[in-house]
Design a protein around this ligand. Structure first.
Ligand code: ATP
Ligand code: MG
Length: 466
């Protein structure tokens, strides 16, 4: 049996006798017939469902009444499958107008328009109604079997149209479901691919940095020894110099008492030629400056060693972040100095378990980015630290150009850069992101275009067992 059974028919006609005729034609003669059918079915072991489902016939005597019935049927969820509509129904709407109204509320309704007149321009009617395949024309006088067959065929058509519609809906739902699955699968694939790319480039970059770090630490180590003895020699030389000056003073005093004018004038000429007075004045300054220079080289070497942490060779250990940040700031000072002032607002923080050289890398990337974000006006970079539960945070805030909203989601992607070719590789932040992840921390960014950007790294004090 068709799951969508609908044998409901509406007759719209102003003549009561027509309604009588349709009732005789379409409705079963009596309930007795159905009973007889059922008995027959039982007797001959026939299935009762083979008994033909009877039509249901409703009557309306004017177009307006027909419309009300169609609306009520829709409201009750029992739509009509078809309607027979008379062409002329004074004083109300004619058949064409009625059908227009009916289809406006129920476009699925199959309609037979009934007419006794041949004066109608059917072409015009069909165009006006946009009838397509849902309108048939029945001319009076009716033939009973014609009416019955029309009713059977059109109710069945309504049913199969509904059925097809349902199947299309199901098909569309299935296609939609598949499409959604495909889209998800595609997204997952894309995400995996970019994650892979990120990891690979991070690996390359971090290996590169590690070897640069090792090189720097090696050079620093080599310089450290000579600087050490130059420094201590300087201490001794300062002592010798003071002694020599003392001796020179004594000689000068003794020379003043000499009675040989030739020797005295010779000494005076030599003193002139050698600019001894100037030398005595200038020498201490030269010694002091050289000493300061050597001290500076020593500090740079120390910063390089601290920064690269090659001494502790990538070991997880407790480290003082402030020490690392300070040495990093010293290293980038020359690059940053022309563009911005650096302000430090350090809080009280405990030592944290980390790969210190890598955290230094992150801070360096952030500070250099901040410096690059400065425009023609000199700006300010504030480096702050603090604690948050059992985490420590480092913030690098700048008064630079800010990051446009459409870039914000991409800055951690490998190779994303807004800098000119050859200026930025676009790996700084993606590498930093990887390092922070490795420390089970997080990196956050807040930015306002034209006002500045703040990066915040939050790191746990202790690592989960690794
Ligand atoms: N503080 C900041 N202010 C404004 N823009 C920033 C800031 N930090 C990062 N960006 C933006 O994010 C992009 C990516 O930064 P990232 O450090 O990954 O690469 P890069 O600086 O362009 O190149 P690299 O660091 O490899 O030299 C930058 O090109 C810039 O557009
Ligand atoms: Mg960068």
């Amino acid at each position: 049996m068709n799951p969508i059974q609908n044998r409901r028919i509406l007759l719209v006609d102003d003549m009561p006798t027509i309604h009588e005729d349709f009732r005789k034609i379409l409705l079963p003669p009596s309930a007795a017939k159905s009973a007889l059918d059922a008995a027959k079915a039982a007797l001959f072991d026939d299935e009762v469902k083979s008994v033909e489902v009877p039509f249901e016939l409703d009557s309306a005597y004017q177009g307006e009444e027909g419309l009300a019935k169609v609306q009520a049927s829709l409201g009750a969820g029992r739509p009509y499958a078809m309607a027979f509509v008379d062409m002329r129904m004074p004083p109300g709407w004619d058949g064409v107008e009625t059908i227009e109204h009916l289809w406006r509320v129920d476009p699925r309704l199959q309609v037979v328009i009934c007419t006794a007149y041949s004066d109608t321009s059917w072409e015009e009617v069909l165009t006006r109604l946009d009838a397509r395949d849902r309108l048939l024309i029945l001319k009076k006088p009716f033939d009973n079997i014609e009416v019955r067959q029309l009713a059977s065929a059109l109710t069945a058509k309504w049913e199969s149209t509904q059925q097809a519609g349902l199947q299309i809906d199901q098909l569309e739902a299935a296609v939609e479901e598949r499409t959604v699955k495909l889209v998800h699968a595609n997204e997952a694939l894309q995400a995996e691919m970019s994650e892979r790319l990120r990891r690979e480039s991070q690996l390359v970059q971090s290996e590169k940095l590690a070897s640069i770090g090792q090189l720097a630490a090696g050079v620093a180590h080599e310089i450290n020894n000579p600087i050490g003895f130059v420094c201590s020699n300087f201490g001794a030389m300062q002592g010798y110099f003071d002694n020599l000056m003392q001796l020179l003073g004594a000689y000068e005093r003794a020379a003043a008492q000499l009675n040989s004018p030739a020797t005295t004038s010779g000494l005076a000429r030599l003193r002139e030629d050698l600019q001894l007075d100037y030398l005595k004045e200038d020498m201490p300054g030269l010694m002091r400056e050289s000493r300061e220079g050597i001290e500076r080289v020593r500090a740079i070497v120390q910063d390089l060693r601290e920064f690269s942490q090659v001494d502790s060779a990538q070991e997880w250990r407790l480290a003082n972040l402030h020490q690392g940040i300070n040495s990093t700031l010293n290293i980038v000072a020359s690059e940053v100095r022309q563009m911005a002032d650096i302000v430090k607002t350090y809080g009280q923080i405990p030592e944290i378990e980390c790969l210190a050289s890598q955290i230094n890398q992150v801070v360096m990337n952030l500070v250099v980015n901040a410096a690059h974000a400065m425009g023609s006006e000199r700006g300010c970079i504030t480096v702050s630290t603090g604690t948050e539960d059992d985490h420590v945070w480092i913030e690098v805030a700048d008064t630079g150009c800010g990051i446009a909203a459409q870039h914000l989601s991409r800055i951690f992607d490998p190779f994303f850069t807004t800098k000119p070719v050859g200026k930025g590789t676009g790996l700084g932040l993606s590498l930093s992101y990887g390092i922070v992840q490795r420390h089970h921390g997080r990196i956050e960014v807040q930015s306002r275009v034209g006002e500045g950007t703040t990066f915040r790294i939050v790191l746990p004090v202790r690592q989960p067992s690794h």
